[in-house]
Structure formats: C-alpha cells, structure tokens
Design a protein around this ligand. Structure first.
Ligand code: 8YV
Length: 315
C-alpha cells in the first residue's frame, strides 16, 4: 500500500526524520531550490503538512495543497498556521503541548537568573583576565524574594510560577480570569498594572492577533529602570521598537529574549545593547523534549491516517 504523502516544511533531528521517512512519503519543502515550483509540482498529492512552531503553514502553502487534510505542528504555538484557511477547508491542526512545558519554563527561569546576576559578563570577566586585573565583578541584582509577573498563566506560565515560588518570589499573573489552581498568587488582570507590580515580567502568552504587541511602551515603562522582561513565547507579543527604545534609554532595566521578529535574523540594534540577553529560540531545545515532540507529531499523523482520534488537536 502506498504511504500518505506529507509536506515537511523545515528540518527535524535525524531521530525524527528516520521514522517520518519510514512511515510516510515525505516531500521536503526546505530542500527545494524553488519553493513555489516545488509546491506547484507536489501540492495536489499532499495530504498532511508537518511543520514547526515558528515556521507554521501559511495561506500560499495551504492553497497549493487542495487535498490537504491535516497540519501537524512540532511545537505548542500554532500562531504561524493560517487557522482561518484551515477552518474554511476543514483542515485539522495538531500541536505538541505538555511535553515541552517543563523545559520551556526552565529556560525562562534560567534566563532571569543569568541576566539578573550578569552571568555572561561574569564569564567574560574571568576569561579576559579582568578578575585578576581589576578584582571584584560589578554587583548585580538579586532574584530571591523579589516580585514576578506572569503574563498569561497557561501551562508554561504556571510551570514558571511553580519554579519562582522556590525563589521566595511574590508572584502575580494576568490572563482572562483568576485561576483556582494558583490560590497563593495575585491575579492582576491589566498588563500595565501587572508590570507596575513586577520586577521580572515573564511573557508566556500564546500569541494571536489579540495579543500582538501586548507588551508595548506602557507596559515597559511600568516595569521601569529596575525591571526585566523575559520572553519565552512569541516575538509578536512584544513591540520590538518600543523594547529597543526602552532598553536604549534605560527606561527599562533589562530583557532576556528567546524569540525575535524575523528570526533567525534579528533586529541588529539588539546586538548593540548590553542589557539584553539573546537566546536562539531554544526553550524547548533539549534532547528529551524534542524526542517527545517528534513522537507526538508522528502519533498524530498516524492516528489521522488510521482513522483514529487526533491526540492533541487544536481545532
Ligand atoms: C519550536 C516553539 O517549535 O513550541 C513552540 O511553539 O516555537 C518551539 O518549540 C521549536 O523551536 C522547534 O522548531
């Protein structure tokens, strides 16, 4: 029996590629020299798209595949998938929630600690001989016992909060409504009020048109010269122009970012700033989690083509 034809938007690690190639007839879009031409050639045969969180599946891709049944995202965020087009065509979408929650939360908290204690600069201080030459490393700000705000208390935001509780932090969060499972944390609905309360603002919101630039000038000003914003969600949740302006003027103390508009290319002004920690969108990037994400993506594909219920459907 012939294998279902799927379109693969971006590369996966070999441990995912091998079983994917075994179970399906895989068309690699990312290897095509001329993507439009490739899509025009193979599109009609494609029954599923396997993509990644940040790559998604846009309207042109979906339109090029008239027999598309399913889009599987290797990632929890599906903001880069054209859900409207999927709804109109009855195309199902899956993602990989839960399996990545703990690692994403770990990286967010690690970024806060690293940036607050100036660990990157401290490493340079040792390596370039400044320690021996100049003595003590400049003092940094503590984390323990300070105030955290979590913008979006979903699965990842909650996992961040659990970790921060271990640092004796005063935790507040915002979202659509107060959550019963966070009774010790303060619900502050308004993002500006949350930022006013917080020393460290974690952005853990699922991105959508409604959350675009939710962290803008007002929120950043409210966070203030001693404040830090940590983004482990999507770049679009922050107004990057406002962020760069606030970091440059010092009206915001610091930022720690795992995501960028137009990544992997990023606004070159970020590279000029010494109060921002830059990470290459790798919050879910552990061997354990990526293996689990790949498995879940394939399990959804397999379930679909076997006529079973999808494991983690988003629509
Ligand atoms: C990426 C992500 O999918 O979970 C998400 O939404 O953006 C990430 O996990 C990952 O970098 C693989 O491309």
């Amino acid at each position: 029996m012939s294998k279902p034809i799927i379109l693969q938007v971006g590369p996966y690690p070999e441990w995912d590629q091998v079983p994917l190639d075994h179970g399906f007839d895989v068309m690699r879009l990312f290897e095509a020299k001329d993507r439009d031409r490739f899509l025009a050639e193979v599109g009609a045969d494609v029954r599923a798209i396997a993509t990644r969180g940040e790559l998604g599946a846009n309207l042109a891709m979906i339109e090029a595949c008239p027999n598309l049944e399913l889009i599987c995202v290797y990632g929890v965020g599906y903001d880069a998938v054209d859900l409207k087009a999927c709804a109109e065509r009855g195309i199902r979408v899956t993602n990989t929630p839960d399996v990545l929650t703990q690692d994403v939360a770990d990286l967010g908290v690690a970024m806060m600690l690293c940036q607050s204690r100036g660990m990157i600069g401290a490493e340079t201080w040792v390596r370039d001989g400044s320690w021996a030459r100049e003595g003590l490393y400049p003092l940094k700000r503590r984390v323990f016992g300070r105030k955290a705000g979590i913008l979006g208390l979903g699965r990842i935001g909650y996992a961040v909060g659990k970790r921060l509780a271990g640092f004796g932090m005063d935790i507040a969060y915002s979202g659509i409504a107060a959550k019963d499972h966070a009774p010790d944390w303060t619900f502050i609905a308004d993002p500006v009020a949350l930022a006013t309360h917080a020393d460290f603002l974690f952005v853990t919101l699922a991105a959508s048109a409604a959350t675009r630039h939710i962290v803008g000038r007002e929120v950043l000003n409210a966070l203030g010269p001693d404040g830090m914003v940590i983004n482990i969600s999507r770049a679009a949740n922050i107004d990057e122009d406002a962020l760069i302006a606030a970091l440059s003027s010092g009206s915001l103390g610091a930022a720690a970012l795992d995501v960028f508009e137009g990544e992997p290319a990023l606004d070159p002004r970020f590279l000029e700033l010494d109060n921002v920690l830059l990470q290459p969108h790798h919050a879910s990037g552990t061997i354990e989690t990526r293996k689990a994400m790949g498995q879940l993506l394939r399990d959804n594909l397999t379930a679909h083509f076997a006529g079973r219920d999808l494991l983690t459907a988003v629509n």
